[in-house]
Ligand binder design. Sequence first.
Ligand SMILES: *Cc1c(COP(=O)(O)O)cnc(C)c1O
Length: 415
Amino acid sequence: MITRDEAIALDRDDPLAVFRDRFVITEPDLIYLDGNSLGRLPKATVERVRATMVEEWGNGLVGSWRSAWISQPAELGAQLAPLIGADPDEVLMTDQTSVNLYKLAAAALEVQAPRSTVLTDSGNFPSDVYVLSGVAEQAGGSLRMVDSDGGAPSAESIAAALDERVGLVSLSHVNFKSGALLDMDLVTSVSHDAGALTLWDLSHSVGAVPVDLRGAGADLAVGCTYKYLNGGPGAPAFLYVARRLQEKLTQPIRGWWGQQDMFGFDLDYRPAAGMSRFATGTMPMLSLAAAREGIEISAEAGIEQLRTKGKALTSLMVDLFDSLPSKYGFTLGSPRSPEQRGSHVSLRHDDGYRIAQALIGRGVVPDFRAPDLVRLGAAPLYTRFVDVWDAFTRLRDIMERDEHRHYSDQPSGVT
Ligand SMILES: *Cc1c(COP(=O)(O)O)cnc(C)c1O
C-alpha cells in the first residue's frame, strides 16, 4: 500500500501540479472530489466576467454585440474543438446539453426518415433518455434501449439491437454512474454499417478523456462545459456537427440566430450556412465569458497530460479501494482497467447516501448517485494524489466508527 509520503511525492513529480494555483481555493483542507459535477472556479474567470460586465456591458452597451459578443459562440467552439478531435468550424457553444441533444437528434431523424427508432442504453443519463424518447415519439417511432448492466453497453449488444428502423444511435461516451468508457470507433462503425447516424454525449469526457470525433467518423455530439472544463454553473454547452452533414441538417427550433441573415428580419426562415444554423436565440454573454478561461486552461494543460493524470488518480482510488477491509461492504462500481473508464470512480454501498453525507461532514466532497453509488471525481487540473489518499483515510475512519449512521438515510434535494 502506498504511504502518504509517497502520495506527496507523486504530487511533487506531477507536471500538472502548477495548475492547481490557477483556481480559487478558499478552504485548503476541503477535498473536492466533485469536479465531474461542477468544476472549480478559475481565478482568471473572475476578472474576465468583471470586464465583460463593466467594460463591455457597462461602457460598451449595445455596441459590444458588434465589437465583442456576436462571434463568441463560434470562437469558443473553435477553441474547444481540438479537445474533441473536431475542426474549429464544426463546434458551436450554445444552449444546454439537453437542448442541444434535442436539436441534433430531431435534425438527424428528419434526414433519416422513415427510420424513426432511436437506440440508447439503459445506463444513459436520464435527461438524454427523456429527450431521445420524446424526439423518437415525435418522429412516429420509439426509443429502444440496450441493457448496460450497470456499466456500459458492449459494441456487440449495440450491433445486435440495430436494424433498418434505427435512424440514430445516441450514447454517452463516459457513463455518468460507472465511469465506463465506450469504444467510440467501434460503436460508430457498427452504427454506420446498419445505416444509423451517431450522436455522442461527451459531458463526462470533455477535458478529461481525449476524444477523436474525426478519427471515429462520428456524426454528431453534444456536451457540457461546467464539469471538467470548469465553465461555471449552467455554463453554455456545445454541439458538434461533422462538416459533411452541416448543410444537410436543419434543427427544429428555428430562431433568428440560426437565420441566414439575422439582421435582415425577413419572415422566411432560411438556415444559415455552417454551424450558425444550430443556434437559436440570443446567447448568454456573461456565461460565455465565464466559460472561456476553463477551456483555455484545459487546452493549455493538454488533453494527453490530463488523461495521464486522470488515469493515475483513478488508479490510486482503485488501489485504495482494494485495501479497504471487505467487512465495510463496498464493491467497485467502475471498470478496473484505467483504459476502460473516464475520470471518476464509483464505490457501491447499500448505505451509500449516508456515507456520502458522512464524507462531506469530514471535509471530503463526493456525490451520491442513486441507488447506491458514492462517486469520486478526479479532476486532473486541481486534484492532488494526497487528496485521494486523505479522502480514503477519512473514509476508513468513518466506517470504523460507523459515523455514517448518524446521518439521515433519506436522500433529499441535490445529491
Ligand atoms: C451533466 C450531463 C448532462 C447535463 O445536461 P444539461 O442539459 O446541461 O443539464 C447531460 N448529459 C450527460 C451525460 C451529463 O453527464
